[in-house]
Write a protein that binds this ligand. Sequence first.
Ligand code: BDP
Length: 680
Amino acid sequence: EDGYKLWLKYEPVTEPSIKAEYLKYVAFISESDHGEIMHNAVQELQTGLKSLLGKNISVSKAVENKSGGIVLRLDPKADTKQQEGYRIQLTAGNIVVSSKSENGILYGTFALLRHMQMQLSVKNLKMESSPKIRYRMLNHWDNPDGTIERGYAGSSLWKWYELPERVDPRYQDYARANASVGINGTVLNNVNASARFMSQEYIVKVAAVAKVMRRYGIKTYLSVYFAAPKTLGGLQTSDPLDPKVRAWWKEKVAQIYKEIPDFGGFLVKANSEGEPGPQDYGRTHADGANMLAEAFQPYEGVVIWRAFVYKADPNADRFKAAYEEFVPLDGKFDPKVIVQVKNGPIDFQPREPFSPLFGNMPKTPLGVEFQLTQEYLGFATHAVYEAPIFKENLDSDTYVNGKGSTVAKVVDGSLQGYMRTLMAGVANIGNARNWTGHPLAQANWYAFGRLSWDHTLSSEQIAKEWTELTLTRNKKAQENIVGLMLRSREIYVDYNTPLGLSRPWMGVHFAPEPWQNKGSRPDWTAVYYHRADSAGLGFDRTASGSNALAQYRPEVRQQWNDPDKTPLPYLLWFHHVGWNKKLSSGRTLWEELCTHFYTGADSVVWMQQQWDLAKPALDSQVYTDVAERLKIQRREAVWWRDAWVLYLQTFAKKPIPKGFEPPKQTLEEVKKSVNIYLMK
Ligand code: BDP
């Protein structure tokens, strides 16, 4: 078992009574239309049922009076909330999957197969489901040379040098996997974009990939390099208000649609971390986005404009940057623009408060961007199940329209009436045989897809499903693994950034460097974020500090404004707290920090135990792979803990509290080992 099949393993049904139930519906598969997507739904059913039940099932066109089969019924009047929604129920002795669209039929088919893989009864089968979000997409940070920015699972799936003639069969498996969890869009290239993708040479390569995606209801998007009119087009400028520049983009978009008639649109990172943008010409983000939106007017495509911006101002709080730049632009964006906001105000940290932009741009559709790839979560060696990160963010209450104004309701459009709704996940996929490097990281791809379809699902429910579909049907083993998954994020936070710490690294985002104090700009150091000094630790974001809290509604501010009342997981996000201060736990800050660092690192041993308990029910290759990675995780957790406590001790000037064994290495020794990772 090499993990290639992901959650689509379709292992034979073993429950005799369930198998008997399913066998009542294998006389035929009927399809009412011949579109490519429908055709793939039929194929998926055939493959799935062959494997689940050992039956070859043939396709029949007409169903009149026939029973005992599975009917895929495309019906403009189907009783679903959304175009892409589906309904599955028993009708006249058949299992009928109906939808207004072929895409919906495909999603319904995968839902039915999921149900069967979990060996659930079909006696009273009745499922209706519609996506809560319209654009459910992956963002690949893949470069044209095959490398992946912040990718830890091999090289890019996209083989640009082989395209368009050779189309790797793996693209289809990628598309299947995405469709099976409801994902309907993919951005193929890095947000730090190469202008190459706007050339005719590359557009035809992209078109060849898009052709595969289309058959699974997935639209293809590209990240664009804002200065392309100059670098690729040979114009004097890329100023968005220049008529020649506007004409260039119009022509470019038309050229793309000629090759890719269902092209999804552009994703843009502009004036962020050195990328070019409209501000290079004294224009605003809205000017830039609207120029591109104009080029998309004749088509269905959209412009997704990222709000990930911050300036090199030594006195600024990076936390506030996106809000300060974007809120004044509310109402100025073309309706075809969606602003894509990272879940937190800084940058995909293991725990962040929600971005204050959510809810505060009522006239602009805001999408949320999560990071699946584990840039700040231990790369591919640490097991971190991310659904709790996504859920924590989505369930946060912004209070913008009173209690219950959650981020989820902003993002799904129900709170402020956006039609164009978006959830994006920075992909954790590469060409590793098992797709994600760490076998358990597959669950993050799965969870993202399921939540983009329905954000009300719980982390636990998704973990259970994934474990059952992917790892084992043994209930006891599932409990061990699901337990491990559900605690994994908090354990990681404990040994990495407890109590609201963030960014203990700069260089590689892996080797701990909380002491790092040199950078080309203040917010590219670690000390900028934790602000340790002889008095205490943490970033004062109340009125006495940066006052970032003022960007939230009073009800939210109130939760985080008073250091005595701020929940401990958020404490150091908002307060500079004295080392001796007694916290709500009864411990001083120093004691509390040590407790988290030590408990976190020790809990990895617990994770190892849980994994070992499941061993008899697991495939041996998968067992060993994860067991070995957990060993690395344990070693590195201790390393990170030691780096932090030894460094913070130089400020706190206190012994390691009783009950915890002091680190076996000195601070100098840890620094030396970290430096190895930073060498060229
Ligand atoms: C940061 C990553 C950087 C990305 C950037 C972004 O370190 O590689 O380009 O996010 O999202 O976290 O644009």
